[in-house]
Design a protein around this ligand. Structure first.
Ligand code: HEM
Length: 251
């Protein structure tokens, strides 16, 4: 009971919890788009889930699966917050979406969803390693899969839709962040696994490398989500894909 009361108190004390409540109430009051109001509620839901997982992590002495779920929910919250910023931004409200049908296979939208999926897997593998639930090698091997899928997605987006700014911008950013993240991953590996294995306490190079690696990981995931949203808006899948047997036609 005391634990529950303390968790509730901490929820209101943290700026994240309080600010998300303000965001949800504000959005609910002023926003006309129902789905966006639901998204603000979802943001609040992730903060509550985050609080519960945080409490369970402490209660059960840092079990790797719960700590990893905590890491995944944290990044999901960040992605939802970035999406809300995109959906309420001036550019989103004023710009005319240029709907151009995508007839290639796999579609760019499918590639963006695949990118989000492989990034979540990478996040969970990294978190499992970080919390001593798994060896480092699945995370490092899967980084190769992430690099291939994200490079494929970015190159397709940049080469085919170079004139659609809303797609080109996040695609270039995603590619740049991915290259930076691979380099930071190697730095984190050297400082944490090779040098830091027997360290009595975390040393500064290791702290900097791992913290920046986690932060850039979150930015990379959010950028990929923004790319998926912009592709969904500007390049819908061909009509044929939705109604089998009919030619692609403009809506
Ligand atoms: C684009 C590819 C990569 C992504 C998206 C990525 C993402 C992440 C994330 C999100 C975490 C932290 C998980 C958590 O919240 O606990 C993490 C941890 C880690 N990653 Fe990566 N990573 C990538 C590539 C690599 C590579 C190539 C290496 C090594 C060669 C690497 C080494 C590590 C290490 C050592 C940790 C643990 C850091 C710690 O102890 O705090 N990563 N990674």
């Amino acid at each position: 009971m005391r634990h529950k009361r303390r968790a509730a108190k901490n929820f209101f004390k943290t700026p994240k919890g309080l600010l998300t409540i303000i965001l949800a109430v504000w959005t609910w009051r002023v926003e006309k788009r129902r789905w966006l109001r639901m998204l603000a509620l979802a943001a609040l839901g992730t903060v509550i889930a985050q609080g519960i997982l945080g409490g369970l992590t402490v209660l059960f002495f840092l079990p790797a699966p719960i700590s990893s779920a905590h890491a995944a929910v944290a990044q999901t919250f960040f992605c939802i917050a970035v999406c809300i910023a995109v959906f309420t931004g001036r550019r989103w409200m004023q710009e005319q979406p240029r709907t151009e049908f995508d007839t290639r296979r796999p579609t760019l939208f499918t590639l963006t969803l695949l990118s989000i999926f492989v990034l979540y897997v990478q996040l969970l593998l990294g978190a499992m390693f970080r919390h001593h639930g798994m060896s480092w090698w699945p995370h490092v091997v899967h980084a190769g899969v992430v690099a291939v899928v994200l490079a494929w997605t970015a190159i397709r987006a940049i080469s085919v839709y170079s004139e659609v700014e809303a797609i080109k911008r996040p695609a270039i950013m995603m590619l740049g962040l991915m290259v930076a993240q691979l380099c930071l991953g190697f730095l984190a590996f050297i400082t944490r696994v090779m040098w830091g294995k027997d360290a009595a306490q975390p040393e500064l190079p290791m702290v900097v490398a791992t913290v920046v690696h986690v932060a850039v990981g979150a930015l990379l995931l959010a950028t990929t989500v923004v790319l998926a949203i912009q592709v969904w808006r500007h390049v819908p899948v061909a009509f044929e894909e939705r109604v089998p047997g009919q030619n692609p036609v403009a809506a």
